[in-house]
Design a protein around this ligand. Structure first.
Ligand code: K7E
Ligand code: CUA
Length: 679
């Protein structure tokens, strides 16, 4: 049943008509302006002829259409939020679509001075400290962020929370989307690198964190000569407490895996809910040592034609964990490989060849695996998978994990081109796959129920749109949900090469916006956006109206780290300085354009605990606060209370001041801290 001949064409027609209409409006308004100019009522810059501008700038009709599709006039909001990993910056970027304007950077794993993240404020310091310490006891302050995941309800993004992993240190962060602020960082208790995270289960009961490079679990030492015996992979299921907005580490667990390098994961949905899929590389168990004459990792880990798709029965794993059938490693419950096999909660399926992404289709029926070194995507059927598990197998890998028959589980293979990496979906029954070596986005048709939505035959390549240049992930509007929106897709390109003005040898990343609202070969690039920060890897795009961000903190004295009023919050009229022995507490308020108190006198050697409440209720009336030489900087948003502490080691006179240009008398928003010398 192909019903869509009629339903996609009008969309295309409407789009074309809209562009023509928009261009007509531009032309008409130019004529109006020309008349106005002629009558003497000249509006600066509005008198030019649109065609003359296009000609002078060398713009084609396609360029003008792209501009009209993406231009968002001053004051108009975007339709979508894109949450992009900030890569090595350890942060998250918030970008509006279709304008591609950067709206915010969220400090996550790395100190960020403007937000006062990691510059003395106790709440942010404790988030960083929770995230783990270096061997010398200071907080880890960088991360290699890869995969942001929006929280979901019934398989749809709900706009409440965002999670993101740190591949370099195996960590997961929780961001609350009411205030776009990081609340928690958990460090994996048994391994040091992750990549298959973060992915959520359809109701966000669990946040999946799959490992990457195998190592002895629990941070023990073992010679690499003992790789097969002592090194292990893992997957961790972090239980999410939606009420508290925190990961509940006490109800989380991991599964021990063979020392393959587990790569990306995805959660099943709808029919496949309760299952989790991860692929793997280096099932060869190469251990490197090119300097000793061994094959280098990149070839040692690419010998076999097949690696293993890992299939987890999460429902079963939860039961095994609840029954206490676990081993404790570093006080963290781990289902051993032996138990996982015995309980039938882990199966392997051969997958070609050094795969990268595994992406479950919106209906949950298929798992699409892109093999980096294979020109195809391979599609596995969930029904076939269940039947193969039911039928049983005598095949196992070297560790005794049952290996299902490839042909019995494989549904289709679609040849797309060189270097397929990641797949996303739309509302029309298409899938989109990034092609790293081809530098292109492939559009192809899905089978199954989605087959009825496109007019092309199932499992067929429809279009390849070139991008500039080497593309990693792609992300489509609501593209990981059970009901993708279509409309927009962002190609997250790792090499920008010649796209922007030269800035020396370190170039920006290039996000390219593709309009995927059309069908067939209609899939143009409509915008290039340089991202001047770490390699972002992945992003998710959510409809803007799903996010209910606070305008100001709900009540005065709000502590964002508890999402409640701080009982010690200084309030207007209650500002004071209290001394107990050599501990001094400063209770301060901030409002345009003064701090109260304006003089703080302490003695050298005092321990100072300082609280400031921003008692403003006006939108965007943020104040900053710094004490010179003490490396303290905080941002105090309307309603917020922040606290910081320090030892007054250096005597002298310190001018503290507000760092946000908040009012005409902002420069006067200051005070003196006088530290009398101890003798
Ligand atoms: Cu860069 Cu998802 Cu970490 Cu592919 S991963 S590109
Ligand atoms: Cu407050 Cu400037």
């Amino acid at each position: 049943m192909k019903l869509n001949r009629s339903s996609t064409r009008p969309l295309l027609l409407v789009t074309v008509l809209m562009i023509l209409a928009a261009m007509a409006v531009l032309v008409v308004s130019c004529q109006d302006n020309a008349e106005q100019a002629a009558s003497g009522a000249q509006v600066a810059g509005a008198t030019e002829d649109i065609n003359a501008i296009a000609e002078a700038r060398g713009l084609t009709p396609a360029d003008i259409a792209a501009a009209v599709k993406t231009y968002t006039p001053s004051g108009k909001h975007d339709e979508y939020y894109q949450f992009a990993s900030g890569g090595q910056s350890g942060q998250v970027y918030v970008i509006g679509l279709p304008s591609m304007r950067i709206i915010k950077q969220i400090a996550v794993f790395t100190p960020e001075p403007w937000q006062g993240f990691g510059y003395g404020e106790l709440g942010t310091m404790s988030v960083l400290e929770q995230g783990g310490l270096t061997p010398d006891g200071s907080p880890l302050t960088w991360a290699d962020t890869h995969h942001p995941a929006l929280s979901e309800m019934d398989g749809d993004y709900d706009g409440d929370f965002l999670f993101i992993n740190d591949k370099a240190n195996a960590r997961v962060a929780v961001i609350d989307l009411r205030d776009f602020d990081v609340k928690q960082i958990v460090k994996n208790p048994i391994t040091l690198s992750d990549h298959g995270g973060t992915f959520v289960t359809p109701d966000t009961d669990y946040i999946v964190e799959g490992g990457q490079y195998a190592m002895p679990l629990g941070f023990a030492y073992s010679s690499i000569e003992n790789y097969e015996e002592d090194y292990r992979g893992m997957i961790t299921f972090w239980k999410f407490d939606r009420e508290k907005g925190r990961i509940d580490t006490a109800q989380s667990f991991a599964i021990e895996l063979p020392p393959y390098w587990q790569d990306l994961c995805d959660s099943g949905k709808l029919v496949s809910e309760g299952w989790v899929f991860c692929n793997s590389i280096n099932t060869e168990m190469a251990t490197g040592g090119v300097e000793l004459g061994n094959p280098p990792f990149e070839s040692g880990a690419s010998q076999r034609d097949m690696d293993y798709l890992h299939v987890f029965n999460l429902e079963k794993a939860k039961e095994v964990y609840a029954a206490g059938n676990v081993e404790m490693i570093n006080d963290f419950p781990v289902i051993t490989l032996e138990t996982a096999i015995a309980e039938g909660l882990l199966y392997f399926v051969p997958e070609p060849k050094s795969p990268h992404g595994v992406d479950v289709t919106p209906d949950g029926e298929f798992m699409v695996v892109a093999g980096k070194l294979d020109p195809h995507v391979t599609i596995f059927g969930f029904d076939k998978l269940m039947a193969a598990i039911e039928a049983g197998t005598s095949e196992t890998d070297a560790f005794g994990v049952p290996v299902l028959d490839f042909d019995a589980v494989m549904e289709a293979q679609v040849e797309l081109g060189l270097g397929p990496l990641h797949t996303q979906y739309d509302d029309k029954g298409y899938a989109y796959t990034s092609l790293f070596l081809d530098s292109a986005v492939a559009r192809w048709t899905l089978g199954g129920a989605a087959d009825e939505l496109t007019e092309e035959p199932a499992w067929t390549l429809v279009q390849k749109t070139p991008v500039q240049y080497n593309i990693g992930h792609i992300t489509a509007a609501e593209g990981d949900t059970v009901s993708p929106d279509g409309q927009w897709l962002v190609a997250m390109n790792k090499w920008a090469v010649d796209r922007f003005l030269p800035v020396g040898p370190l170039l920006p990343q290039n996000f390219q916006l593709l309009d995927i609202s059309g069908t067939g070969t209609d899939m143009p690039v409509v915008y290039d956006m340089p991202l001047p920060d770490g390699e972002p890897h992945y992003a998710q795009i959510i409809k803007a109206d799903k996010i209910e961000a606070w305008e100001v903190y709900p009540e005065i004295g709000w502590d964002p780290h508890t999402q409640a009023v701080n009982p010690d919050a200084p309030l207007a009229g209650e500002e004071r300085i209290e001394r107990e022995g050599n501990e001094v507490h400063v209770y301060m308020t901030a409002i345009r354009s003064h701090f109260t108190p304006e003089r703080v006198e302490i003695q050298q050697g005092d321990h100072v605990v300082w609280h400031i409440t921003n008692i403003e209720r006006a939108l965007d009336a943020t104040h900053g606060f710094t004490i010179p030489n003490y490396n303290i900087h905080v941002s105090i948003e309307p309603g917020e209370t922040v606290s910081f502490e320090f030892d007054a080691l250096q005597s002298g006179v310190f001018s503290y001041y507000c760092t946000e240009f908040c009012s005409a008398l902002h420069l006067e928003m200051m005070g003196y801290m006088m530290i009398t010398p101890s003798e």
